[in-house]
Design a protein. Structure first.
Lengths: 426, 353
C-alpha cells in the first residue's frame, strides 16, 4: 500500500474519531457547566448519529473497518443498542477485484500458471467479501472446486487500519474518564483477523471439524485440496445445496425443515459443548442442505477453540437457567469467567432474570433467542459486570444466529434438546 | 383419601413438611427427613396415595398393570466389581465420567414437562376422569420433571448424583470429554417411522415417549443397585454412608415415576382409542406395540454399542495402571454375562404366539 493512501486512510479514521468524540463530549461539557446531568436515554440520537458516521467510514474504507463494525455489532454487552442496530447493516459483500489481480495472486501463490493447475477458472467470482473472493474452477483431473483468493494488499491495509484504530483508542481512553473497553476489543479483532488471513489454519480447522463428524453421514464439510492451497489461496471441493433459511425450497426437496434444524443444532452443540472447537460464523451464507438432508458447513476462517471445561460450564448455566436454580446459576456464571465489579453475585441472578423474561414463555427452555441474547448483553452493559468472557460472547452470538435460522424454518433452536437427542416432541 | 381419585395440580405437587431438609454437598436438595430420620420423597403427599387409588381402580376393572420382566435388564457396565477393581488400582476417571453422565441424563428427565398432551377425551373412547391419564398434564409430568432436574433452589436427582459422586470420590476433576461421551455418535441410524399412524402423530409421540421413559426408569433400578454397591463400599468411597444413602434416596424418589407411568399406560391398554379416520383400535395393541419396539431397540441394540464405546475408554484408562495388562486380565475376568431374552413379552399377537 502506497504512503499517500496510508496517510489518507489515517486522516479519514482520525477525522471520524474526532467527530464522534465531539458529538458526545461537547454537549456534555456544556451541560456540566450548567450543572445538568445527562440521562442515558437522552444520548440515543447521539448514538445513532455516531454509529451512522462510523458506518459511513467503514463503507468508504472497507477491509478491516468492515470487520471492526461487524465486531461492534456483536458486542451488545459493551455498546448501546443504537450502535448494534446501525452497524448490523455492515455486510461483508464488497465489489470484487478484477480477474487479472486474482490470477496474479493464484499464480504467485501456487508457483505455476493458472492453466497448469486448472482446466477451467471462472473469471467472475461466486462470492466476494472484505478479505477474499471465491471463484469456481475445475482441476486438471476434472474435479470441480471453489478457490478462495485473498486480496493482494489486504495485510498491509489491515496493518494500517489497526494501527490507526489503536491510536484513536488510546487518545479516547486518555480523554474519557470512564472509557468503553475498546482496546481489548481491538486486540480480539486483531487475533480474529490473524486467524482469518491464514488459509492454512482455515484448512486445518475444516479438517478438524470433518474428523469430528467422520462417521456421520448427515454432515458435509468440503474437502480441502492441500496441494493447491497456501496461506493466501484455498482450493476446496465445490459443494452445492439449498440455503438453510430457504424453507420452501427445503420442503420442495422433500425434507422436513424441523429435521434439518435438528441436524444443524446437533452439529453446533456437538462442536461447541462436546468438542470445544467450532466454526463460529453460522450465518445463512455459510450453511446449506443437500437434497438428502446433509447439512453443509462452509468457511472455517473464524473457528475457535474453547477452554477446557467451557462446554460443561455452559451446559450447567443453561441447566440452571432452565430450573431457575439461583445458586447453581451463580456458580455457573462464575466458573465461566464472569466477574461482578462489586463482588455481589446477585448481579448475575438479576441479569438472568432479565434475559429469561424476554423468552416467549417467560422461562428458559434451552433456546438462546436473539431477543434473550440482546437482553442479556443489555443487562450486562448496564449492570456492574466487570468481566464477560469473550468466548461466551462468541458462543451466545452463534446460538442467537442459529435461533434466527430456526425461526426462518418455523422451528426452535433448543440446545438442551439437541444435546439429549431430540426431546419428547422432536 | 383412599377413594379419592381426582386431585388438583397443587395437590399432586405438594410435599410433606419435613423435620430436616436434605442438604447434599452444601446444596439444598428436594425431599427431607421426618421426625424419625426417615427420608421422605418430594411431592408425594398426595401423589403416592393417588397412584395407589388409580391402581386399585384398574384392579377393580379387572385390568392388569404393565410388568416389565427384570431379566430384560442388561447389567450396568462396567459392573460394580469391575468399577471397584479400577478404583482400587487408582483408575478413577471412568467412574467419575459415568457418575457425571448419569447425573446429566437424570437432569434431562425434566423434558417430560415439554410433552405435548393431545386431547385425551377425544383420543380415548371410554371416560378418563379419575385416572392417572387425566392427571398427566395436571401435575404428574411436572412433578416428574422437578424430581429429576430440581426446581428453583432445590436440587433434584442431577444434583443428588453429583453430590454422591463428590462425597465418595472427594470432589474429583470432571473429565473434559463427558459431554462428548454423552452425545456419543449418532451414526446413520434413522428415527423409526410411526408405528400407529392411525392414532395421530401427537398421540403416538406422547405414548411412545412415556413407554421410553418407563423402560429407562425400570432399567435405572439396576443403576441404583450398582451405585449403592460401589459408592457405599468403605474400601473405595470416602463417604460410604452419605454417598450410598444419597443414591438410596434417589431410588426411593423414582418409584412414583415407574408407578404412575405404568398405571397410565395400563389405563390406555385397558381402553379403546379413536383413530384419525373415524375407526377404533384397542389400546392394548398400541401400548404393547410401542413397548415392544422400545424394549427391542433399547435392550437388544443399545447395550452392545454402549458397552463397546465404554470398553474402549476403559482400556485407555487402564494404561495408567502400574501393570495395565494384569489389570486388564483381572477386569475381563469380572466381565458380566448377560444374554438378551428372545422375547420382550409385548410381542404383537402374530409374533408372540
Amino acid at each position: 500500500m502506497k504512503l499517500g493512501a496510508r496517510i489518507l486512510r489515517s486522516v479519514k479514521v482520525g477525522w471520524t474519531a474526532s467527530l464522534v468524540f465531539g458529538m458526545y463530549k461537547i454537549p456534555s461539557w456544556g451541560r456540566r457547566l450548567r450543572g445538568i446531568e445527562i440521562e442515558p436515554e437522552e444520548l440515543s440520537p447521539t448514538h445513532l448519529r455516531a454509529a451512522a458516521r462510523i458506518l459511513a467510514l467503514a463503507l468508504d474504507l472497507r477491509g478491516v473497518m468492515i470487520k471492526m463494525c461487524q465486531a461492534i455489532a456483536t458486542r451488545a454487552d459493551i455498546f448501546p443498542k443504537e450502535f448494534i442496530e446501525e452497524l448490523k447493516q455492515c455486510h461483508d459483500a464488497v465489489p470484487p477485484k478484477d480477474f487479472e489481480t486474482v490470477r496474479r495472486v493464484v499464480e504467485s501463490e501456487l508457483g505455476k500458471p493458472l492453466d497448469a493447475v486448472f482446466s477451467d477458472f471462472g473469471e467472475t467470482p461466486i462470492a466476494s467479501a472484505s478479505l477474499a473472493q471465491v471463484h469456481r474452477a475445475r482441476l486438471l483431473d476434472g474435479r470441480e472446486v471453489a478457490v478462495k483468493v485473498q486480496y493482494p494488499d489486504i495485510e498491509s491495509i489491515i496493518r494500517t487500519d489497526l494501527a490507526n484504530m489503536r491510536r484513536v483508542c488510546r487518545i479516547y481512553e486518555f480523554f474519557d474518564p470512564q472509557p468503553l473497553p475498546l482496546l481489548p476489543l481491538l486486540e480480539e479483532l486483531t487475533r480474529h483477523l490473524g486467524m482469518e488471513l491464514d488459509f492454512v489454519r482455515e484448512a486445518d480447522c475444516a479438517d478438524r471439524v470433518r474428523e469430528l463428524f467422520a462417521d456421520d453421514p448427515q454432515v458435509k464439510i468440503p474437502e480441502i485440496y492441500r496441494d493447491w492451497s497456501t496461506t493466501r489461496v484455498l482450493t476446496m471441493e465445490l459443494v452445492g445445496g439449498i440455503k438453510i433459511t430457504e424453507k420452501q425450497e427445503i420442503e420442495d426437496a422433500g425434507l422436513e425443515p424441523a429435521a434439518v434444524l435438528q441436524n444443524l443444532m446437533y452439529i453446533y452443540v456437538r462442536m461447541i459443548l462436546a468438542a470445544g472447537f467450532f466454526q463460529a460464523d453460522p450465518h445463512p451464507g455459510n450453511l446449506f442442505v443437500t437434497s438428502t438432508g446433509e447439512v453443509i458447513v462452509l468457511d472455517f476462517g473464524l473457528s475457535k477453540e474453547l477452554p477446557e471445561g467451557f462446554g460443561l460450564g455452559l451446559f450447567e448455566l443453561m441447566f440452571s437457567l432452565m430450573t431457575f436454580n439461583e445458586s447453581a446459576m451463580v456458580r455457573a456464571f462464575t466458573e465461566l469467567g464472569f466477574r461482578s465489579k462489586t463482588g455481589d453475585t446477585g448481579t448475575f441472578v438479576a441479569i438472568a432474570r432479565r434475559m429469561v423474561s424476554r423468552s416467549d414463555t417467560g422461562a428458559f427452555e434451552g433456546e438462546f433467542t436473539e431477543d434473550m441474547t440482546d437482553e442479556l448483553f443489555e443487562a450486562i452493559r448496564q449492570d456492574p459486570v466487570a468481566e464477560v468472557p469473550s468466548d461466551f460472547v462468541l458462543v451466545a452470538r452463534v446460538f442467537s444466529l442459529l435461533s434466527g435460522i430456526a425461526h426462518s424454518l418455523g422451528s426452535r433452536a433448543n440446545v438442551l434438546q439437541a444435546m439429549s437427542g431430540g426431546g419428547p416432541n422432536g | 383419601m383412599e377413594n379419592k381419585r381426582t386431585y388438583t395440580t397443587e395437590e399432586i405437587l405438594s410435599s410433606q413438611v419435613y423435620d430436616e431438609p436434605l442438604i447434599a454437598n452444601d446444596v439444598r436438595c428436594h425431599g427431607g427427613f421426618d421426625s424419625e430420620g426417615i427420608y421422605q420423597s418430594p411431592r408425594t403427599l398426595f401423589r403416592t396415595p393417588a397412584i395407589q387409588a388409580w391402581q386399585n381402580q384398574l384392579a377393580e376393572e379387572g385390568a392388569a398393570l404393565i410388568e416389565i420382566a427384570p431379566n430384560l435388564m442388561p447389567p450396568q457396565y462396567p459392573s460394580a466389581e469391575q468399577a471397584k477393581l479400577l478404583l482400587r488400582n487408582g483408575i478413577r476417571e471412568p467412574l467419575v465420567r459415568t457418575l457425571t453422565i448419569i447425573s446429566i441424563v437424570e437432569g434431562f428427565g425434566a423434558m417430560i414437562r415439554d410433552v405435548k398432551i393431545p386431547d385425551l377425551d377425544e383420543l380415548i373412547v371410554e371416560p378418563i376422569e379419575g385416572t392417572a391419564l387425566h392427571h398427566l398434564g395436571q401435575g404428574l409430568f411436572e412433578a416428574h420433571a422437578r424430581d429429576e432436574s430440581g426446581y428453583r433452589d432445590e436440587g433434584g436427582h442431577k444434583q443428588m448424583w453429583e453430590a454422591a459422586r463428590d462425597a465418595a470420590l472427594e470432589n474429583p476433576n470432571i473429565p473434559g470429554d463427558v459431554l462428548m461421551r454423552l452425545m456419543g455418535r449418532r451414526g446413520s441410524a434413522q428415527r423409526p417411522g410411526p408405528a400407529f399412524p392411525e392414532i395421530g402423530e401427537a398421540a403416538e409421540r406422547m405414548l411412545g415417549f412415556m413407554s421410553n421413559v418407563l423402560v429407562v426408569e425400570v432399567i435405572a433400578e439396576r443403576t441404583f443397585r450398582w451405585g449403592i454397591d460401589v459408592l457405599s463400599d468403605p474400601e473405595i468411597s470416602a463417604a460410604p454412608e452419605v454417598a450410598g444413602n444419597m443414591v438410596r434416596n434417589i431410588q426411593a424418589d423414582e418409584k412414583p415415576h415407574v408407578e404412575y407411568l405404568r398405571t397410565a399406560l395400563s389405563e390406555v391398554a385397558a381402553r379403546t382409542l379413536n383413530t384419525v379416520d373415524g375407526k377404533t383400535i384397542p389400546g392394548k395393541t398400541v401400548i404393547d406395540g410401542l413397548l415392544h419396539r422400545t424394549l427391542s431397540q433399547m435392550i437388544r441394540n443399545r447395550p452392545g454399542d454402549q458397552r463397546d464405546d465404554i470398553r474402549e475408554g476403559l482400556k485407555q484408562a487402564m494404561q495408567a495402571a502400574q501393570n495395565p495388562a494384569a489389570l486388564q486380565d483381572d477386569f475381563d475376568a469380572l466381565e458380566p454375562v448377560w444374554t438378551a431374552p428372545a422375547k420382550t413379552g409385548f410381542e404383537p399377537a402374530a409374533l408372540g404366539a
